[in-house]
Design a protein around this ligand. Structure first.
Ligand code: HPA
Length: 251
């Protein structure tokens, strides 16, 4: 089954016919909110708002382990995550949708693994390709069918937040090879890998990163919210097609 983890600006899927909601519990605590079970284009999916349904949970306090664990327990094997980012690369301007293919972790102090005791056998998640190539392809194909431009590939820099970045930090991420910056990519991507789920991210550029474009003296949160709201309409229609293809694969 496929799950969608929604980020800022995506706390619900308009066309999801919700069949039931369920509060989940895990050995790691509670997920960000009740799971929304429902039908999207006649396909069963689970939706979860990463920051809670009132957008109250900041990126560093999201219980990523509980979110992924509870999804896995419900039989989820594919996760499409939606995340807003700041654009570092020149062509990643506000409103652009991009499907990253690599990630760098700058977060700290988050519960970043399920292997955190000394008494269970551990394995080393193979993070060479952090995002599922197959699921990425499906998202890109769906975007083409929906006729919404969507860029293929880019390096996501995952920062600690919840503050935004300094210009020097963005310059450093750029030197490191990052194309976009966001606060929720890690440990979510790695935890999905530890649970052997296929995971990919639809990143929505909502602002120029600090020091770039119109963000030379700061980032307007008002613009961020307007851009996110507009872009999420396109993201929703892409997701509806991703769900369709899941079914075709299973036939
Ligand atoms: N920096 C970090 N995270 C973000 C940004 C940003 O500019 N925009 C959206 N998420």
């Amino acid at each position: 089954m496929l799950a969608i983890i929604g980020g800022r600006g995506l706390t619900e899927l308009a066309n999801l016919e919700i069949t039931h909601r369920q509060v989940m519990r895990t050995p790691y605590g509670e997920p960000s909110g009740a799971f929304m079970f429902g039908m999207l284009n006649q396909h069963e999916v689970i939706f979860l708002a990463r920051h809670g349904y009132g957008q109250t949970i900041p990126p560093h306090l999201v219980n990523y382990r509980a979110n992924l664990w509870a999804l896995r327990e419900q039989g989820v094997d594919e996760v499409v995550s939606v995340a807003t980012v700041g654009g570092i690369r020149a062509d990643l301007t506000p409103g652009i949708i991009v499907v990253p293919d690599q990630i760098i972790d700058y977060t700290h102090g988050r519960d970043a693994t399920f292997f955190d005791t000394r008494d269970t056998r551990y394995s080393n998640a193979n993070f060479t390709l952090p995002y599922s190539p197959e699921l990425r392809d499906r998202i890109l194909r769906s975007a083409r069918i929906a006729q919404h431009p969507c860029l293929d590939g880019g390096v996501y820099a995952a920062t600690q937040g919840p503050r935004l970045d300094s210009i020097a930090e963005i310059n450093r991420y750029e030197r490191d090879g990052a194309d976009m910056v966001g606060m929720t990519g890690m440990p979510e991507t790695a935890l999905a890998m530890e649970l052997e789920m296929n995971y990919a991210t639809i990143a929505v550029v909502v602002n120029h990163a600090a020091g770039r474009g119109d963000s030379k003296r700061g980032i307007s949160m008002e613009n961020v919210n307007t851009t996110a709201r507009e872009a999420m309409k396109r993201v929703r229609s892409i997701i509806e097609l991703v769900v369709n293809e899941t079914n075709e694969d299973n036939r």
